[in-house]
Design a protein around this ligand. Sequence first.
Ligand code: GUN
Length: 296
Amino acid sequence: MAAKIISGAEVAKQIREELKKEVEEMKAKKGVSPGLVTILVGENPASVSYVTAKQKTSKELGFYSIQDNQPADISEAALLALIDKYNKDPQIHGILVQLPVPKHINETKVLYAIDPAKDVDGFHPVNVGKLMIGEADYLPCTPAGIQELLVRSGVETKGAELVVVGRSNIVGKPIANIMLQKQKGANSTVTIVHTGTPRDKIIDHCRRADILVVAAGVAKYVKADWVKTGAAVIDVGVNRIGMSESGKAILAGDVDFENVKEVAGLITPVPGGVGPMTITMLMKNTVKAAKLAAGL
Ligand code: GUN
């Protein structure tokens, strides 16, 4: 039987409606709008499109939002000074530096420079540590979106065998950490497979997953015969595999969607799955940052 397709776009829309109300209430109570700055260094086409989408959504929700574009050759010192300016700006509650940054800039230094209270990406080591001990203020956006999709789709996470493919700091490690917490919507038995895992072992682990989260960065990597019948499959991949005649990028996930959907119980599409959720969770974190700053 074909899998149920989880529309991240639909779930994201619901959450945005909820957030819009919260923003209106905040404005009425405290006269404060959540403030978000997205800093883009250079013109990487994927980063431009992500940042544009983040700005568009923040405006739709009534945020005070700034898009700060910097040239690819900005010095590291100048970028750190810019971050410091926003750390001190009371109208800004959330700061996001779109990754990756150019090679001459140390990404770790950039992430350390953001005030943890304004780190709506959840990438500062203070926030990473809080997540590890189950005390997170801000969950990283993509993993938070995955958890929300699972919960709102009625997937049982407690005691589920959850296998993550990929160990990035942005997705693999944090989703594993979130899902192993002894908390509602988590409490899973978690395994991470990665580039150090032999291929035959990767396949074995995937085959026992009740929930399979794939963030491998390789188009159509996970095949139908790696997936247990009825499993929930979350595809985090966004790979540009070609260009349409009208000049639009053709996207594919990290899962061989056409074949895996015949085996899985639930599956997210690409595009329209995890992507819209990531942006929505950024908005949720920014609303939370603004509320904490306003003492709400
Ligand atoms: N690049 C890819 N994903 C992300 C993200 O979630 N946040 C930031 N800042 N950069 C990214």
